[in-house]
Design a protein around this ligand. Structure first.
Ligand code: NAD
Length: 446
């Protein structure tokens, strides 16, 4: 039923021309690239990567833009608290890379961009990603992860894209106490973050069945490496250790996770983009499995601190719910010719080296991320009068986006209020920087 892109391995030499940017940011944490793993596909011309200023997608962009000068790549990101344009220093000056600031929930703007950039391929990473935050402001997760994905799928349907790669997570399976689970396992998410990721997947699959949208879904282990905002456990522990602090452990520290290095995941995504079969799901793993306590102790050792000294560890209240373990089988992905190349020892050494230089300054003030449970403000729920039948929701403004003569595009949500109507229940999201940013100009640069 599905058509697979034709490819063959290539040994074509690649110019990676290392460059030092003006403000001294190194071009890339991994500026030497080997040969690209797949030949360029004649079906791909204009790719949109959502969430490209975040952690994983910045590593994908680093490879995609440098390996494939044949592709025009647009990075579409709202620049939330966890992102940084510094993550793109290796590619932001290249002619096949473009950045557009905007929000995937902005239907008019997304549709406009698809048409303007003639998008044929989507790599969809943008999401609210931190489980702890999802216990605080879970509505924001539904908005960004579910509604945002739905808006992209609609744009993909209208514009007839050729490939829609949807990035999901191993957390959609819920906790796994026994054998590694395969892609056909029933989903059982247990926290608001993973529930919204599973909900987004349902929409992706429905759009494939209903409208024939050529989608592929990925479900990955925990990822670590340079560029990861220090709310996630590995960079958080590294930053705490650099600051001379003790490490805070949720609950008894026995919850287990598997960790895979960012460039391995980026290579997996490049393989799936070119070789993945439409309608398929690919688990991405396995990473190194460690309990939180084992992880903390290995990082203490790496910083020359005694892992058995109780003064180096502080056990704090557990999450509202904390999956005991995730364990996925990635045999199907191996069948595409990919396997992880970076050992945990090597990856963690590279990660520590990067954070020692950049960790405390890359994102500005990270103090709120280094708390045991960083929680975003809860949404305030209030009653608003019923929506009058026939009126359009403020979510889908009727006016088309306007373009200024200087090439600066104005997003369709400029006029959007912070009050979002869900049927008869009005939900006003607490004012936060990320929401405020959406009402700024959506500038484009290339
Ligand atoms: N980090 C992990 O361990 C991991 C594991 C498995 C799957 N994933 C998935 O991979 C993807 C990327 O994760 P990450 O850790 O790199 O994320 P991240 O939090 O580092 O970055 C997310 C990016 O998305 C952008 N973004 C968020 N909402 C947006 C919106 N509405 N419009 C436009 N941009 C928006 C943010 O500005 C940010 O740049 C996510 O879909 C996540 O669920 C992550």
């Amino acid at each position: 039923m599905s058509k697979v892109f034709k490819l063959s391995p290539t040994s074509r030499p690649l110019s990676s021309s290392p460059r030092q940017t003006l403000d001294g940011i190194p071009e890339s944490p991994d500026s030497t690239l080997g040969p690209r793993p797949c030949e360029p596909s004649p079906e791909i011309k204009n790719i949109m990567v959502t969430g490209g200023a975040g952690f994983i997608a910045s590593h994908v962009l680093d490879r995609l833009v440098r390996w494939y000068p044949e592709y025009n790549v647009t990075n579409f990101d709202k620049l939330d608290y966890c992102s940084s344009l510094k993550n793109l220093a290796s590619v932001d000056w290249r002619s096949n890379y473009h950045f557009v600031k905007g929000d995937i929930t902005s239907s008019d703007f997304v549709t406009y961009l698809f048409s303007e950039k003639k998008i044929d391929t989507i790599l969809h990473f943008a999401a609210q990603t931190h489980v702890d935050n999802s216990f605080g402001d879970s509505l924001d997760f539904t908005l960004n992860n579910v509604m945002g994905t739905h808006v992209l799928l609609e744009a993909a349907r209208i514009h007839g894209v050729r490939r829609f790669i949807h990035v999901s997570t191993d957390e959609v399976y819920g906790e796994v106490d026994g054998e590694d689970v395969t892609e056909d396992t029933v989903l059982a998410p247990s926290n608001p973050y993973s529930a919204t990721k599973a909900a987004a997947e349902m929409l992706v699959r429905a759009y494939t069945k209903s409208f024939g949208i050529p989608t592929v879904i990925t479900r990955c282990n925990n990822v670590y490496g340079p560029h990861q905002y220090p709310e996630k456990v590995i960079p958080k522990f590294i930053c705490m250790l650099m600051d001379g602090r003790k490490l805070t452990i949720h609950g008894n520290g026995q919850n287990r996770r598997r960790y895979i290095y960012a460039t391995d995941v980026a290579d997996a995504m490049i393989n799936i983009l070119h070789k993945g079969e439409v309608g398929e799901i690919y688990n991405i793993g396995p990473g190194q499995e460690l309990s939180n306590l084992e992880l903390a102790r290995s990082l203490l050792r790496a910083f020359g601190r005694d892992p058995d000294d109780v003064n180096n560890l502080e056990f704090v209240e557990d999450r509202a719910f904390n999956d005991s373990r995730y364990a996925i089988d990635s045999g199907k992905l191996r069948g595409l010719g990919w396997s992880p190349a970076v050992s945990f020892q090597e990856g963690i050494a590279k990660t520590i080296a990067w954070y020692r230089v950049h960790g405390l300054s890359w994102w500005g003030d990270i103090s709120s991320a280094l708390t045991p449970h960083p929680l975003k403000q809860l949404a305030q729920v209030e009653f608003v009068p019923p929506v009058i039948a026939g009126t359009r929701s403020s979510f889908f403004p009727s006016s088309p986006p306007q373009s200024a003569p200087n090439g600066v595009a104005f997003g369709g949500r400029l006029a959007r209020s912070s009050s979002i109507e869900y049927g008869r229940l009005g939900v006003t999201l607490g004012k936060r920087t990320s929401m405020d940013q959406q009402t700024s100009l959506y500038g484009t640069s290339s």
